[in-house]
Design a protein around this ligand. Sequence first.
Ligand SMILES: [Zn+2]
Length: 119
Amino acid sequence: MKAYMGYDAQVGPEEGASLVFARTAKEAKKVFWATCSGDLVEEFTDARVKLIRDSPWLLREADPAKVAAGEAHALLAPKSCDNCGQWGHAAIGDLGLCPDCLEARRADEKDGLRSGRLN
Ligand SMILES: [Zn+2]
C-alpha cells in the first residue's frame, strides 16, 4: 500500500485533505471519492490524489486489518500539526507539532528565556 493525499482540485489540499491508502492512484481516487464526497470533495471530476513518497510515518496510520486484507481505505482526518494544521510533509511528533513548528516554538522559547518573559 502507498500513501496518497486526496483533495478537491477547486480548493486545493490546504483546505482539507484525506490520507488514502491504496495500491494505485486510480484505486486511491475511487476510495477517496467513496469516503470523502460531500465532506472534502463536491464533484468527482474535481477529486485529485497525489502520491506521498517516502512517508513511512503515514503508513503507520493505516488500519492494520485493512492493510492485511489488502483493502484500500481513507482517513478523513489524518493526524495533523496542532499549530499549522498540515500533514504529509513530515512526521508529527509527540507534542503534536510538525518539525517546522516544533523548531519555531523552540526558538520562541529560547527568545523568551533570554528576555525573561517566561520567568
Ligand atoms: Zn506545523
